[in-house]
Design a protein around this ligand. Structure first.
Ligand SMILES: *Cc1c(COP(=O)(O)O)cnc(C)c1O
Length: 375
């Protein structure tokens, strides 16, 4: 029950065992790839082109920065979390000048404050932000921030690796230019693929560069005409893509996947807070991961060890400034279900009790009351 990689359903695992063709030379594969990209675009509510890249989600973050950044470009790095902050390294690596817009790691970005900042300074080629900052369990309102940046003609790069599918994401309404996702989070496919939704404006910005993109593997332009030219920059990981296709079919079969994530997350938060534990952060609680503070007198390692050894349930600690201070319960994709959550909460209650922290309520009961429709 970690915040990714998530469980992979059997039909996805089986899809990876299907017979494969030559993904460079067989036109059938170009159709299959394009079809899957279009289906993902539909899930993201966008008319932009979607590409599937061979590489874990981090490749997407790097590819966006590599493809847009030229030497000396000013880039607004919106930083209210670890992944948010991390974008500055990619910007720097490709010769850009990151300008950090920093705000509390305990709160979502205030759109009003950002608007005030932008009134004074808005000469940025693009801005980076994180939809769902996984280490702190916080979701930023990209649907309000995107249009604000768009007003100033600032392109947007959004890390939604742990956001998309579980959190609402309407890429076109939010005016987002490059949106990145990963196969191993709420899609619940195996690790290894990046999903990148790229706007026309972002592509045009790449066209206008005076210097070439300083990467081949992370060059988004290389994908632009793959279908017309029947050419991929490298051999596509066809089995991984068949797996993702099955995972996307699973998403389409569910009428309200965001609703399921929201319901489970509300149940978990109610259970955690009623028990006398405290959630990390003041607002913007994620639908996909719940982060609570380790109670006084106990360590994160003790909790994680007992959970794993005695109950065979893996939770996660966190890193950076959060290391040792919080525990993360992932509920994204296939992991966001009542049964697993009830088991997890029971085990957590037993674990905490063993360590001397007595919960004020039975967490699984609170969870059930919250998520199950009243009869
Ligand atoms: C998971 C994740 C990524 C991808 O990074 P890995 O930790 O290597 O899987 C990028 N951004 C966010 C916010 C993530 O949660």
């Amino acid at each position: 029950m970690t915040p990714g990689p998530t469980k992979v359903r059997e039909n996805v695992r089986l899809a990876r065992s299907l017979e494969t063709t030559n993904s460079d030379l067989d036109p059938v594969f170009y159709d299959e790839y394009r079809e899957l990209c279009k289906r993902i675009a539909e899930l993201l509510h966008t008319k932009n082109e979607v590409y599937i890249l061979c590489g874990e989600g981090i490749l997407g973050l790097e590819a966006a920065c590599a493809s847009l950044t030229e030497k000396g470009d000013r880039v607004l790095v919106i930083d209210n979390g670890l992944y948010g902050n991390g974008f500055k390294d990619f910007v720097t690596l490709y010769g850009g000048t990151p300008v950090l817009y920093q705000s509390s790691y305990e709160e979502t970005i205030s759109v009003e404050d950002l608007a005030k900042f932008l009134e004074k300074d808005h000469s940025f080629k693009y801005a980076t932000m994180v939809h769902n900052d996984t280490p702190s369990g916080m979701t930023n309102n990209v649907h309000a921030i995107g249009p604000l940046l768009h007003q100033y003609g600032i392109l947007t790069v959004v890390d939604s690796v742990s956001g998309m599918i579980g959190e609402e994401l309407k890429v076109d309404d939010a005016c987002l230019d490059i949106v990145l996702g990963g196969s191993q989070k709420a899609f619940s496919a195996p690790t290894g693929l990046t999903i990148a939704a790229v706007s026309q404006a972002a592509m045009e910005s790449m066209d206008k560069r005076k210097t070439p993109i300083a990467s081949f593997y992370a060059n988004l332009k290389n994908f632009r005409n793959y279908y017309e030219e029947q050419w991929f920059p490298y051999t596509m990981p066809i089995s991984d893509i068949y797996g993702l296709r099955a995972a996307v079919d699973n998403v389409f079969e569910e009428p309200d996947i965001v609703g399921r994530h929201r319901r489970i997350a509300e149940g978990v938060r109610a259970a955690i807070t009623s028990a006398g534990l405290s959630l990390y952060g003041k607002n913007g609680y994620s639908n996909n991961v719940t982060v609570f503070r380790v109670p006084e007198g106990i360590t994160d390692t003790q909790i994680l060890e007992i959970m794993k050894k005695k109950y065979q349930i893996m939770l996660a600690g966190s890193f950076g400034p959060f290391a040792g201070k919080v525990i993360r319960i992932g509920h994204m994709g296939e992991n966001a279900n009542d049964q697993d959550m009830i088991k997890t909460l029971k085990a957590l209650q037993g674990t905490l009790q063993e360590l001397g922290f007595i919960c004020k309520v039975r967490m699984e009961e609170i969870f059930k009351d919250k998520v199950e429709p009243k009869r």
